[in-house]
Write a protein that binds this ligand. Structure first.
Ligand SMILES: Cc1cc2nc3c(=O)[nH]c(=O)nc-3n(C[C@H](O)[C@H](O)[C@H](O)COP(=O)(O)OP(=O)(O)OC[C@H]3O[C@@H](n4cnc5c(N)ncnc54)[C@H](O)[C@@H]3O)c2cc1C
Length: 470
């Protein structure tokens, strides 16, 4: 049998989410003959389903809001959140190249003024971006610059000649890429097999994320000896309703506004200000693998309609917010053991009262503060004054852990080259976005997955375009 005649491009990008579109746009704009292959019949992947929060430092939005941030604090927060496991050279590159993200968002006119502090941050750094407008703008620009977009075209394997990647196979067809292949296939949140292999304790999380995200790119590069980073730390995100559909996520983090988390026995079990990935693991070991976000009317008033993670109106419209005039009635509606919710809230409120008394009049150091049984010292990452759960009516949001994104994956160098397990580069192979590991370590800062996808899609493209010129 004769080998099929390859269709020739300079570069091939595999996977059409944010990282893939960013790489394709940048390559096409640099005059590189590029094809984007997407396994599904539409572009978008997890990126199109996402909340649209981007972690960025030193932006105009922050300046207008009077938030003083810096690249150094951004880097320090990511290193801290990663618990010493993230690769500092990748994080430095992320911070150094974030201007690529800002430029793409500018061109798409996709900024909003929404800015908040969220998981892993000590400063308000999560910027709400109109993600679909951004994706559409990148696609438009890529096509206008001459990129070919092939839908319904899964890449099945990488083709290597000697040790250099020279193209992909998709079904019967071979697509040749003389300058390089960029893997942007997303994570493995939809692969039970890979979740069982890497993080069996997370396999009970609700499967979520782009339905095409079955770890294909990771497997293809792995077959060529690629190293892996952070995969053992992958964890689901706490805060999703168990009946949420693929069309609309229902992530809520009322805990970062003042809610407490209570399990099906009516008891607290964790520091609610931790990253929602840390909370995801904690909730998976609770009875029924769920927890209620319990809050009062003060926190309910902080809802932001249309703003992902803070939109309680939408959750109420969907019939997923439970409310009651008293804690006792709320406990009954949630079918908690009688009296437990009232006792838990009373205990928590006492701690908050003690804590606020200790901190405010004497301005004592953190070490001198009254200790919460679970170590909570603030709303999020120790920042923000704690609130008692005290003003009726009271609310509960029953939520589970969802595997929205898998933040470990292929080992890469700061220029997006895929690196083998011995540290050497696989010539002709690049990767960006959720398929890549090394950026998050043990946990995850809100907004870093999208920023990483956009920034390193561009970095991969620049590496390829630069080598062609050089
Ligand atoms: C509900 C939800 C909310 C989120 N919110 C946020 C947030 O606010 N901020 C944040 O930073 N992160 C968030 N995330 C995570 C973030 O969205 C992802 O990590 C990011 O979008 C990944 O981008 P990507 O381009 O790498 O992958 P994706 O956008 O998932 O794109 C990968 C694409 O590759 C395709 N593909 C897979 N295999 C193949 C193959 N063999 N051949 C061809 N194509 C293939 C897929 O079909 C898909 O279209 C969220 C995720 C979810 C699910």
């Amino acid at each position: 049998m004769t080998a099929p005649h390859p269709r020739r491009f300079d570069a091939i990008v595999v996977g059409g989410g944010l990282a893939g579109l960013a790489a394709t746009q940048r390559l096409a704009a640099a005059g590189v003959h590029v094809a984007l292959v997407e396994k599904r019949d539409r572009l978008g992947g997890s990126s199109a389903m996402s909340g649209g929060w981007f972690a960025l430092s030193g932006t105009g939005v922050q300046r207008r809001a009077g938030v003083e941030d810096s690249d150094d604090v951004f880097l320090a927060d990511m290193l801290e959140t990663g618990g010493g496991f993230a690769d500092p050279s990748l994080l430095r590159a992320l911070v150094a190249h974030q201007a690529h993200a800002v430029a793409a968002i500018d061109r798409a006119d996709a900024w909003t003024d929404e800015l908040k502090i969220s998981a892993g941050m000590t400063i308000a750094r999560a910027h709400l971006i109109r993600i679909r407008a951004l994706l559409a703008s990148l696609e438009r620009e890529a096509v206008a610059a001459g990129a070919t977009i092939l839908l319904g075209r899964p890449a099945d394997a990488l083709i290597a000649e000697d040790t250099r990647v020279t193209g992909i196979r998709s079904g019967e067809e071979v697509l040749a890429a003389d300058a390089g292949v960029v893997l942007t296939t997303g994570g493995f949140s939809r692969s039970r097999e890979l979740l069982d292999l890497f993080v069996p304790d997370q396999a009970a999380a609700m499967p979520y994320g782009g339905v095409g995200n079955t770890g294909d790119g990771l497997r293809m590069a792995w077959m060529l000896g690629a190293g892996l980073a952070d995969v053992g730390h992958v964890a689901g995100t706490y805060g999703q309703h168990a009946e949420a559909t693929d069309d609309e996520h229902e992530l809520l983090t009322a805990n970062y506004l003042g809610a407490i988390l209570v399990n099906a026995l009516g008891a607290r079990f964790t520091d609610e200000s931790e990253s929602y990935k840390v909370l995801g693991s904690a909730v998976l070991s609770q009875p029924g693998r769920m927890a209620f976000q319990i809050f009062d009317s003060r926190v309910r008033a902080l809802s932001k309609p249309g703003v992902p993670l803070s939109d309680m109106e939408r959750i109420e419209e969907l019939g997923h917010l439970v409310s009651a005039p008293t804690l006792a009635e709320l406990g009954r509606r949630l079918e908690l053991p009688p009296g437990t919710l009232e006792a838990t809230v009373e205990q928590y409120n006492k701690t908050v009262e003690q804590y606020n008394k200790t901190v405010e009049p004497y301005n004592e150091t953190v070490a001198g503060r009254a200790a919460d049984a679970f170590g909570r010292t603030g709303l999020v990452n120790g920042v923000g004054a704690l609130l008692p759960v005290a003003r009726a009516p009271f609310y509960a949001y029953p939520a589970v852990t969802a595997m929205t994104s898998t933040f470990g994956g292929l080992s890469v160098a700061p220029d997006a080259s895929v690196v083998r397990i011995d540290g050497s580069r696989i010539q002709g192979l690049f990767a960006a976005g959720e398929v890549v590991g090394g950026f998050h370590g043990a946990s995850y800062m809100t907004g870093t997955a999208l920023t990483k996808a956009l920034v390193f899609g561009v970095v991969a493209a620049d590496t390829i375009a630069g080598r062609r010129r050089g």
